[in-house]
Design a binder for this molecule. Structure first.
Ligand code: SAM
Length: 218
């Protein structure tokens, strides 16, 4: 796929409309909406599909994977309550769109992708766009021991359970956001680490993600 980094009035206008749509769908965090308004989502699409980039839909990005729906990205990001300089682990880099949103919010991002093609392509695309993150090729269901502990962890693929190993890589006060369920639908779950061995879990809305595949996954 060939990517072009041209952000003209048409795409900027479509992006503004997407922000309004997400606000109307219930996203309240203005910083998250601002980040959505900044990141050119069409940069993650081949030019042939730019007309799809600002629809509130997931879209195929090759290798059997998708760029997440903007609403889902906004929803998960809002739950993370990102503060500037938060150290964030993202599991499932995919297109890198979610990574850019986290970076726009001032997070320091470590992102893990298990598929070599996506890892290579996304590292190139984000670097070309001027974004800096630590890109790791590997099984994110195990987290990243070498980079832990994290203020926040976001999982962007559907897991069968909340991996204990990820909870252990959270700082106290840290938040994990992860979709958990079966292969056809998952509930969004947030876990707040309140103490060494104390965690508060909240179960939220239903989503449909591609599966998290790995040691602590499917
Ligand atoms: N957040 C991405 C975006 O904005 O485009 C979308 C992610 S896509 C829905 C899920 C990604 O998780 C896929 O790229 C898939 O290859 C990856 N994945 C699945 N299991 C994984 C694992 N154990 N470790 C790392 N990545 C994984």
């Amino acid at each position: 796929m060939a990517y072009k980094f041209i952000d003209n009035y048409k795409e900027r206008g479509a992006r503004k409309k997407l922000v309004t749509l997400l606000r109307n769908r219930g996203i309240e965090d203005e910083k998250v909406l601002e980040a959505i308004g900044k990141v050119p989502r069409h940069f993650f699409f081949d030019e042939t599909f730019w007309n799809q980039a600002y629809k509130d839909i997931a879209f195929p990005i090759g290798d059997g994977q998708t760029i997440s729906q903007p609403y889902t990205v906004a929803y998960q990001t809002e739950l993370l309550h990102i503060k500037k300089n938060d150290k964030v682990l993202e599991i499932g880099t995919g297109s890198g769109y979610q990574t850019c949103i986290l970076l726009e919010l001032g997070a320091k991002v470590v992102t893990i992708e298990r598929q070599p093609n996506l890892y290579e392509r996304t590292t190139k695309v984000l670097t070309g766009m001027g974004y800096k993150a630590k890109f790791i090729l590997g099984d994110g269901s195990l987290g990243s021991v070498e980079d832990a502990p994290f203020n926040k962890i976001i999982v962007t693929a559907g897991a069968p359970l909340v991996p204990d190993v990820l909870l252990r890589q959270l700082k106290i006060g840290g938040i994990l956001v992860i979709p958990v369920g079966n292969e056809s639908e998952q509930k969004m779950i947030t876990v707040l680490r309140v103490g060494e061995n104390e965690f508060e879990k909240i179960v939220l809305d239903t989503f449909r993600f591609v599966p998290l595949v790995g040691d602590q996954a499917w």
